[in-house]
Write a protein that binds this ligand. Structure first.
Ligand code: PMP
Ligand code: GLN
Length: 394
């Protein structure tokens, strides 16, 4: 306290320390297998790491790169959007490189919101969304994805989404493939979101960092729907796609007006970042299709390994169509209801760390019995985790 008031401002007091920091620290402290925070335990391709080393040695990016990002990377991003999705963007005016998707989301909220504007986000929501909306003075309006026992997946109720829109709604903050549920929104669901955005004249910020981690169905960028290009900020990042989460290279694509607005905020957050890594990510985005297929095949096998193992260990399993997370229900283990208490006790009980989904909810009771495990780990690590978890129910 100074001047009789708390040091941290009111907008941020509810957030505390992120669950990822808390749980990774717990994993280190207890020597547990960390299936909490989503980072791979094997680095991405050698040639991409070498590309970063080369850039460092050649003096590319060691001084401030251009504010919007180095031209090589901006062009690689627009080529990627064209090649993958048939979306044409101008590398000079319709792309902005950011310090990971996290900065892109924060800058988008700071740029596009006035205090009091409402932002609809799918609940459970990635934790930085709530903090970014709060820092911008916005109000989050969660629309809950519901677990369906029959399909073993989480689904968006389009009626609830529609009902959440008010005259104060400024934007929808979408995320597909969705962390933590693994849901991949279908063409029909995305078309309905697009229709709603057009009808109510809303902006959409769509977080597509898991665009390449889809095992069932397909990833369809929201910006590809009619009338959406001019009202959509698409966010992605190199972290998940190339297994270099520490490099923090992200980006947005959108209309010149949207990109200019987001850049206005971003220039005063970091201005620029990750100079040499930007060159390396430019090379990564040009890897052949076989790279992306191998990544997907590897993670699909790990998804199956962990999902099957968790089911055998007694968890209720929501099989993810995308991302590298699997959400589980702990109630079938018998007597367990509180994911928070469960995750805090798990390292002591069996040497595994997971994330309680409740932290991603405003309606905490709805998220209480669900726990997320990451499967972006070596197969032997997942097998060991499963064998430890199998000791729980007994
Ligand atoms: N969005 C989602 C849905 C995420 O899971 C993450 C975690 N990596 C991020 C954004 C942040 O990405 P980055 O590390 O590129 O900032
Ligand atoms: N996105 C990763 C996850 O959901 C971790 C990001 C972070 O540590 N902030 O686990």
């Amino acid at each position: 306290m100074t001047q009789g008031r708390p040091l941290l401002n009111r907008r941020l007091t509810e957030f505390g320390t992120t669950i990822f920091a808390e749980m990774s620290a717990l994993a280190v402290r207890t020597g547990s297998i960390n299936l909490g925070q989503g980072f791979p335990d094997t680095d991405g391709p050698d040639e991409i790491r070498e590309a970063a080393v080369r850039a460092l040695r050649d003096g590319r990016g060691n001084q401030y790169p251009p504010g919007p990002g180095v031209p090589e990377l901006r062009t690689a991003i627009t080529d990627h959007q064209q090649r993958r999705y048939g979306l044409a963007y101008d590398p000079d005016t319709e792309v902005l490189v950011t310090a990971g998707a996290t900065e892109a989301i924060a800058a988008a909220m700071l740029a596009l919101l006035e205090p009091g504007d409402e932002v609809i986000a799918l609940e459970p929501y990635y934790d930085s969304y709530a903090a970014s909306i709060a820092m911008a003075g916005g109000t989050r309006v969660p629309v809950t994805l519901h677990p369906e026992a029959a399909s073993g997946t989480y689904r968006l109720d389009l009626g609830e989404l529609r009902a959440a829109v008010t005259p104060r709604t400024r934007l929808i903050l979408l995320n597909t493939p969705h962390n933590p549920t693994g849901t991949v929104l279908t063409r029909e669901e995305l078309a309905a979101v697009a229709e709603l955005a057009r009808e109510r004249d809303l902006l959409v910020v769509t977080d597509e960092v898991y665009e390449h981690l889809v095992f069932e169905g397909e990833h369809i960028p929201l910006a590809s729907f009619p009338g959406m290009r001019e009202r959509t900020v698409t966010v992605s990042s190199a972290g998940k796609t190339f297994s270099f989460t520490g490099w923090k290279v992200g980006w947005i694509t959108g209309s010149p007006e949207l990109v200019t607005a987001v850049r206005s905020a971003k220039q005063f957050l970091t201005y620029v970042s990750a100079g040499p890594f930007q060159y390396a990510v430019a090379e990564a985005l040009r890897l052949p299709d076989s790279y992306y297929e191998a990544l997907r095949a590897d993670l699909r096998a790990k998804r199956d390994l962990l999902s099957t193992g968790l089911a055998e260990a007694g968890f209720g399993v929501y099989r993810p169509a995308g991302t590298y997370f699997v959400t589980t229900d702990i109630r079938p283990l018998g007597g367990e209801r509180d994911g928070f208490a469960f995750c805090r006790a798990l390292p002591g009980r069996c040497g595994v760390v997971a994330i309680p989904n409740a932290v991603f909810y405003d309606h905490r009771d709805q998220g209480a019995p669900f726990v997320r495990f990451a499967f972006c780990k070596r197969a032997d690590v997942l097998e060991e985790a499963v064998s430890r978890l199998k000791g729980l129910a007994g």
